[in-house]
Design a protein around this ligand. Structure first.
Ligand code: CA2
Length: 145
């Protein structure tokens, strides 16, 4: 049975490819999902790729991951910078977490420089666009091996 990894995406990431291409690129979230699924297949991982605009739904999925997954790759979007609830859920999951951001949050506004998610993350990949999800899967494959 391949190991399962949840790839979770937070608010507004459903808008990818429709606006702000100079920050987030031209790929849609569906393109990101297809690339992530292809890389996961090469690595012998199964992924469940999801997006929600709702903090509680993301928390429910992180809780679900505890029994259903071996690791979590998370781009929590703006909740990265605000959500103690997501941090608590990640810590409770006791799973390896890799935090991903499309943009380099440290080149942006100062409110984006702090991440609650990072307190629960094994590692952070930011600023490398869609490729960041593939790098996160590469790293996760080693973490869950
Ligand atoms: O760089 C990232 O991946 C972010 O997690 C994206 C979040 C932002 O709040 C974080 O600080 C960094 C925003 C996602 C919004 O995505 C959009 C995509 C296209 C058009 C509008 C928003």
């Amino acid at each position: 049975m391949p190991k399962q990894v949840f790839v979770l995406n937070g608010p507004n990431l459903n808008l990818l490819g429709t606006r702000e291409p100079e920050i987030y690129g031209r790929d849609t979230l569906d393109d990101v999902r297809k690339r992530a699924e292809a890389r996961a297949a090469q690595l012998g991982l199964a992924i469940s790729f999801r997006q929600s605009n709702h903090e509680g739904e993301l928390i429910d999925w992180i809780q679900e991951a505890r029994s259903e997954a071996s690791g979590i790759i998370l781009n929590a979007g703006a909740f990265t910078h605000t959500s103690v609830g997501i941090l608590d859920a990640l810590q409770a999951s006791q799973l390896p977490v890799i935090e991903v951001h499309l943009s380099n949050i440290f080149r942006r506004e100062s409110f984006r420089h702090h991440s609650y998610v990072s307190l629960a993350a094994k590692g952070v990949i930011c600023g490398l666009g869609v490729q960041g999800y593939e790098f996160a899967l590469d790293a996760m494959a080693k973490l869950v091996a």
